[in-house]
Every structure is written in structure tokens, then in C-alpha cells.
Design a protein around this ligand. Structure first.
Ligand SMILES: NC(=O)c1ccc[n+]([C@@H]2O[C@H](COP(=O)([O-])OP(=O)(O)OC[C@H]3O[C@@H](n4cnc5c(N)ncnc54)[C@H](OP(=O)(O)O)[C@@H]3O)[C@@H](O)[C@H]2O)c1
Length: 274
């Protein structure tokens, strides 16, 4: 594969990176090296069948692997996984990835960021959200870097529209089972940014809470309402088996006091439309 326009993709097998890889190789202008822990996962196999995609098996959070993966790449798109890492490790690894990209003379570094919820909420502790704040802090770090010789762009998305089938799915109202209630909103998906030194805010739809409910009514024929529920009410819906679980899948770190629980990690910035 020519290394002329080779893009290192971190998180390429995931919901966000997957679309980025497909878009980048669609017209043959770029080729992608997708770093993945498993080249036999369904997502990895599907990507590797595309012309211009090569898989690179290894751990994205391991410096020797990153060094090998960056070799020969001229661009990078990186979506570190804050849900897997926790805030502290995500900050470390994404900054390290940025530094390695610069060391390997990448021309343009594209970072998949998220809003800095604490900062947007004037550091009111109720807005602390590990997976948002981690990416927000890294975005602040990157945006303080020079735009030459390595260009950078930050793509700030929000909840994927697919979240309406998952975290934001409507449930029958307990007191009125024929009524669907949808407890939260907002959606985004990504395309690769092209502009140097810019935050690119991306969303599929900007929609009000009430407007989100009405399509459910017209499609299902059932009454649908938006309810401003409390966190306790939200977690009474069968979305998360254990809202007190720590948000990380890095075994052995569960006593890390910087990790957030699911209950702590999500809701107030959405609820208050930060
Ligand atoms: N859910 C949303 O609505 C949303 C919206 C915007 C941003 N985000 C952010 O996107 C990031 C997650 O990306 P995604 O939504 O594309 O996730 P995803 O669909 O769950 O995919 C997870 C990605 O992370 C990679 N990964 C590397 N090491 C991992 C590990 N130890 N454990 C789990 N996965 C690991 C996976 O690669 P392999 O399995 O191939 O190694 C895969 O590419 C998070 O930081 C999240 O905050 C999420």
C-alpha cells in the first residue's frame, strides 16, 4: 500500500471510526491503517475487505505498538476510547498519541473530541463527566499547539443518532403503558475534518426534546411524550443493569478513584442542554 496518503486510524473499528475509514477510502485518495486488537472481529473483517484498508493488530494504548503503527503514516484520525480507558488514561494516551504523531512527522492530526462539559457548565461539579471532560481537556491541549509543521483539527461530535435505539430509547411509561417516554436527546456522527487549527462541531440533527417525541407517535401510532425524569427514574428503566459500575473495561483499575460510575458519568450536561 502506498504510504503517500496513509492515514493511521485509532478506533477505526468502532461506531465513529468505521464511517471515517469508509469515507476516506471511498475515492481512493487515501488509504487507511486501522489499529485494532483483533483482525478477526466482524467490524475489522468488514473494513479489511475494502480497497485501501489494511489492519494493524495491536493495542492502541501501548507505545511500542503505536510507534510501529505510525511508521509510514502521513495522517492520523484518532478516537481514543474514553469508555474503555477512563478519563485519566484517556488524557495520557491521547496526548501521547498526538506527540508521537508529531514525532513521526504526520502532516495533519485529526482528533475525535467531545465537549468539555465541566468547562461549559462553569465547573459546577454536577457537570463533571469523565468521558466528556477527558476529550474536552485533550481538545484544549491540542488547540494550544502550533498549526505547523503538523496541522491539527478537532472534530467535536455528540451522541450518535443511533443512541435513540440504545441509551435514549423510549420506554412505555410505567403508569400509562401505551405511552412511550423518551428521556433525553441530541445526536451526532462524523466526517473527517479538513481545516487546520479548527474545532469542527458535528451533529446529525439539532432537535428539541418535544420534537423528538412526535415522530415516535406518527410512526408507531402510540402516544409519545418527553418526560424530564430524575436520574433515579431514568435508571429505573432497564438500560443499565448496574448504574454503579465503574466506566472502564481496563481490568484491575476498578479502585482508581478518578473513575466515574455510569450514574455519575452522563446525564446532567444533556439534561440541562449545555
Ligand atoms: N456513543 C456515542 O454516542 C459517542 C459519541 C461521540 C463520541 N463517542 C466517544 O467515542 C469513543 C468510543 O468510540 P466508538 O463510539 O466508536 O466506540 P465503539 O463502537 O464501542 O468502538 C470501540 C473502539 O475502541 C477500540 N478499542 C481500543 N482499545 C479498546 C479497549 N481496551 N476496549 C474497548 N475498545 C477498545 C475498539 O477497537 P478494537 O475492538 O478493534 O480493538 C473500537 O475501535 C468514546 O471515547 C466515546 O466517548 C461516543
Amino acid at each position: 500500500m502506498s504510504s503517500q496518503n496513509l492515514v493511521l486510524i485509532i478506533g477505526g473499528t468502532g461506531a465513529q471510526g468505521n464511517s471515517v475509514v469508509k469515507a476516506l477510502v471511498a475515492d481512493g485518495k487515501y488509504s487507511c491503517r486501522v489499529l485494532t486488537r483483533s483482525s478477526t472481529s466482524e467490524s475489522a473483517k468488514a473494513l479489511s475487505s475494502l480497497p485501501g484498508v489494511e489492519l494493524f493488530e495491536g493495542d492502541s494504548y501501548h507505545e511500542p505498538t503505536l510507534r510501529q503503527a505510525f511508521s509510514g503514516c502521513t495522517y492520523a484520525f484518532t478516537n481514543t476510547n474514553g469508555f474503555a480507558l477512563g478519563e485519566k488514561a484517556e488524557i495520557y494516551w491521547e496526548i501521547r498519541v498526538y506527540e508521537l504523531a508529531a514525532e513521526f512527522k504526520v502532516k495533519h492530526f485529526l482528533y475525535a473530541g467531545l465537549i468539555y462539559a465541566s468547562k461549559l457548565g462553569n465547573f459546577d461539579p454536577k457537570y463533571r463527566t469523565g468521558y466528556l471532560d477527558g476529550k474536552g481537556k485533550v481538545s484544549d491541549y491540542i488547540s494550544a499547539q502550533p498549526t505547523s509543521p503538523m496541522k491539527w483539527s478537532i472534530l467535536t461530535s455528540c451522541l450518535y443518532i443511533e443512541g435513540l435505539n440504545e441509551l435514549m430509547q423510549p420506554f412505555p411509561r410505567p403508569s400509562e403503558p401505551d405511552t412511550l417516554t423518551t428521556p433525553s436527546t441530541s445526536a451526532g456522527c462524523s466526517t473527517p475534518p479538513l481545516s487546520n487549527g479548527l474545532y469542527l462541531n458535528v451533529a446529525t440533527e439539532d432537535i428539541s426534546w418535544a420534537d423528538l417525541a412526535s415522530p415516535f407517535s406518527s410512526i408507531t401510532g402510540k402516544k409519545a411524550i418527553y418526560m424530564d425524569v430524575s436520574l433515579d427514574q431514568y435508571f429505573s428503566f432497564p438500560i443499565f443493569p448496574n448504574p454503579e459500575a465503574k466506566v472502564t473495561n481496563e481490568g484491575g483499575n476498578l479502585n482508581d478513584p478518578t473513575l466515574f460510575t455510569i450514574r455519575e458519568n452522563f446525564w446532567n450536561s444533556w439534561k440541562d442542554n449545555l
